[in-house]
Structure formats: structure tokens, C-alpha cells
Ligand binder design. Structure first.
Ligand code: ZN
Length: 287
């Protein structure tokens, strides 16, 4: 065999092995439920991978609309996954984790102009305060929305879910403590907005079977992770899949994420790798 041919054969074999591993471990998720996108910060610059600039954010949202995607609100999404309405073609739910002020400042005005509903997950114990649970890289201190801002957005096209009280990972926490995080944050957001909180987003996307059963016990109708492990083709209402949108994403990669076929698997591996880095935070913060 010649050298270029050998190299090509090795690459083909490696890609096939990677695909086989991914297919066995994760697999394509269900196609009959709407895709869910997750953003974190919409800011001009930050160290890290969980942000996007306001200009690129607007371009991505417009690109999705121009490509025939339709953004649905939280209630419509829940009715769909509960089987109360059929899933429409190309429907998406837009979510933001952490409830940073930059979302109110830079994302909400764009979404208002385009009439796009969204679901924002708040860390109830940090309203109006600077984020101290994330790794303190330079220029990374972000402020969470205060309750006045939350109320203002809640009167418009934004619904609010809970991202717990302290943003500590629930897995590994004792039962009562984890349940307390879920119950108190739900109650506080309901008290402040006057609206029922229906959805939960697990801090760092971390969930195990016990945590998922606590989310149901705490009274949530649904709970979201980012990249669930295991039988992804089945819809578990307390381990809902979302597609993270990261600093390196473009409208083209977002469409691949939502496709759930073809090259989706490569995007899935990319997302899982980026999320694994973000997931190091609770480990590094402990030191
Ligand atoms: Zn978070």
C-alpha cells in the first residue's frame, strides 16, 4: 500500500470507529419533538466558549427564521412533548441558561423585534448579583438579572424557568438539599413574577435518575439537561435534550444540530466536548 492510501485508510477506519462508538453510546435523538437551543451569554467578548456577540446572535436567529424554522413558546413546547398537540415542522424552543443581565440587554430587544418567544432559566439566589459560581477568568464577571428586569421581561415574550438557587450541581447533593434547591427557586420565581414556573434546567446539565425523580416531585412539568447519555431516541420529560450554541457556532452548524440525522453525530460530539470543559467548573471551584 502506498503512504497516502494507508493514511486515507486509517482516517476512514478512525471515523467509522468513532461513529460506531457514538451510535452505540448515544445515538440519534427522537425526531418527533421540537429542537431546543441553549445560549448562555450574549456579549461582545469573553474568555470561554459559552458566549456569542449580539450581532452574531441576531444573525443566527434571523437565519433560522429565514430557513423556515418557527420559534414556539414554553407552553406550546410542553404541550407538544406531552402529546397534546402534534409537533410542527421545524419548530424550535429558544432557551437561555443562568439568566444574565446581558440577555435582557442584548438578546431580548432582538427577540422582541422579531417576535421570538424564549425561556430563561434563573438562578434564584443570584438575582441582581454578580456570578460567583463560575470560574473567575479575566473579564468574566457577569451580573444576573435583578427582579425588576425579570418582571419587565415576564410581561412580554419571555417565560422563566428555574436553574435552582445556588447553581451547585444537584447530583451528589443529598436528597433534601437537592429537593430544597428545586422547590425554593420555583417558589421564589413564582412569587416575584406572579406566574407559575413549569420548567427546570439542571445546573451544569447534570442529572441522574434520582435527581430526575426529584424534579417531578418538586412540581415541575419538565426538566432540561444539555446532552443526555443513554437511550437518546426516547423522550424522557425530565431529561430533555437541548443543543448548546457555542462561540464557534454558525447558522450552518445550528441547522446540523437541529437535523438529528446525517452529520448530526459530529455536532453532537463537538457539543459534548465543549460542554465537558464547561462541566469542569464545579470540580475546579472546589479547590
Ligand atoms: Zn448554568
Amino acid at each position: 500500500m502506498t503512504a497516502p492510501f494507508q493514511a486515507a485508510a486509517i482516517i476512514v477506519f478512525a471515523v467509522a470507529a468513532l461513529y460506531a462508538f457514538w451510535r452505540a453510546r448515544f445515538g440519534y435523538p427522537a425526531r418527533n419533538i421540537p429542537g431546543v437551543l441553549t445560549y448562555h451569554k450574549v456579549v461582545d467578548f469573553e474568555f470561554g466558549g459559552t458566549w456569542i456577540s449580539p450581532r452574531r446572535f441576531e444573525r443566527q436567529i434571523r437565519a433560522m427564521i429565514d430557513s423556515g424554522y418557527r420559534f414556539i413558546d414554553e407552553r406550546t413546547f410542553l404541550e407538544t412533548i406531552e402529546g397534546k398537540r402534534p409537533a410542527g415542522e421545524k419548530e424550535i424552543l429558544l432557551t437561555f441558561d443562568d439568566g444574565y443581565d446581558c440577555i435582557a440587554e442584548n438578546a431580548a430587544p432582538v427577540l422582541d423585534r422579531l417576535s421570538v418567544p424564549s425561556l430563561v432559566f434563573l438562578v434564584s439566589g443570584f438575582a441582581g448579583e454578580e456570578n460567583s459560581w463560575e470560574l473567575g477568568l479575566p473579564g468574566r464577571k457577569a451580573r444576573h438579572m435583578d427582579w425588576d428586569t425579570v418582571r419587565k421581561l415576564a410581561s412580554g415574550n419571555v417565560s422563566f424557568g428555574s436553574h435552582c438557587e445556588s447553581h451547585r450541581p444537584l447530583t451528589g447533593m443529598n436528597r433534601e438539599k437537592a429537593l430544597g434547591e428545586m422547590v425554593r427557586s420555583k417558589e421564589e420565581i413564582e412569587l416575584r413574577t406572579g406566574t407559575e414556573v413549569l420548567s427546570l434546567s439542571y445546573p451544569f446539565g447534570r442529572v441522574d435518575p434520582e435527581t430526575a425523580s426529584l424534579a417531578s416531585q418538586a412540581g415541575y412539568r419538565a426538566a432540561f439537561t444539555l446532552y443526555p447519555g443513554g437511550a437518546a431516541s426516547e423522550t424522557d420529560i425530565y431529561r430533555l435534550r437541548r443543543e448548546g450554541v457555542w462561540v464557534i457556532d454558525t447558522p450552518a452548524t445550528i441547522k446540523v444540530k437541529l437535523s438529528r440525522s446525517g452529520l448530526f453525530w459530529l455536532e453532537d460530539i463537538k457539543g459534548r466536548m465543549i460542554n465537558a470543559v464547561a462541566d469542569l467548573t464545579p470540580i475546579l471551584k472546589k479547590k
